[in-house]
Ligand binder design. Structure first.
Ligand SMILES: O=C(O)CCC(=O)C(=O)O
Ligand SMILES: [Fe+2]
Length: 272
């Protein structure tokens, strides 16, 4: 029997039907998934049923070693699974709500991949994604020249990364930031002219990046409306994401939301 695999472009990434991630896929298929992931940046696998914590971890390990920096919620099914919810007894609340970000921007080597599975699907509560390629192509050359001079300083971790750098695998220009967890920026880092931004200037740059992401009625943004059985793999270095406000609506209003997420350890420090 041959499986029919249907791949449809989404606004960002692709939607894939006909692959069961729990069936033994074989090396070739896994290699293909990896190259598709770099090419499309978001792979949205449909109809995967309910994936256990253990299986979620197994699938994630195809892409590298897992690294888990989050709070271990008592209800988490596995120490490497971050459990996010709109009910504090079920998982961690307010995750991804402080601004657009990549996961692990505060680490020496930000995560290579993030894998998401919605275990309990609420009526509303999207995860929003934006591709850095499209974002950087959409800004003016003056803005690009100014962002190119910026470096981000992680909150309390003394980690400094270029705001824009080259993705080591795809060679596309990508960004590294968390618009809620950066302490400040440094202009012209490593040169005689280097200068740290103060609180106000840092906020202005946050606002500027945010405004560029959502401009023109969010035409660059892909909001993923979760359906039962969705499993998303993201090239964490190539897209920013944010949980929408509805993700925090109470269970009584939208039903229980439980998202499981794993993160694959980074292998490179961003460099210009
Ligand atoms: O809850 C969501 O939709 C995403 C939260 C988030 O930023 C994350 O899990 O990394
Ligand atoms: Fe996140």
């Amino acid at each position: 029997m041959t499986t029919k695999i249907i791949i449809r472009p989404a606004k960002l990434g692709v939607e894939i039907r006909g692959i069961n991630l729990l069936a033994p896929l074989g090396k070739e298929m896994i290699t293909k998934i990896k190259s598709d992931l770099y090419q499309h940046r978001l792979l949205i696998f449909k109809n995967q049923g309910v994936i256990s914590g253990e299986d979620h971890v197994k699938i994630s390990q195809w892409f590298g070693e897992l690294e888990s920096t989050f709070y271990k919620h008592p209800k988490s099914p596995h120490p490497d699974v971050f459990r996010v919810s709109n009910d504090e007894y079920e998982g961690c609340r307010n995750v991804g709500r402080t601004g657009w970000h990549i996961d692990g921007s505060f680490m020496e080597k930000p995560f290579n991949f993030a894998l998401y599975h919605m275990v309990s699907v609420p009526k509303i509560g999207c995860t929003a994604f934006v591709g850095f390629k499209e974002l950087l192509m959409s800004i003016s050359s003056e803005k690009r020249a100014s962002w190119d001079r910026l470096w981000m300083v992680g909150n309390g971790h003394d980690i400094i990364h270029p705001l824009i750098y080259t993705h080591p695998e795809t060679k596309e220009h990508v960004m590294c930031f968390h618009l809620g967890m950066i302490r400040c920026f440094i202009w012209d880092y490593g040169t005689q002219n280097q200068r740290m931004t103060d609180y106000n200037e840092t906020r202005q740059i946050f606002q500027d990046i945010h405004d560029e992401i959502v401009k023109d009625n969010e035409k660059l943004v892909y909001e993923h409306h979760w359906e039962r059985g969705d499993f998303i793999i993201s090239d964490n270095r190539a897209v920013a994401h944010e949980a929408t406000p509805e993700t925090q609506y109470p269970v009584s209003m939208v039903g229980l939301r439980v998202l499981h997420r794993t993160t694959v350890a980074g292998t490179t420090k961003p460099f210009k």
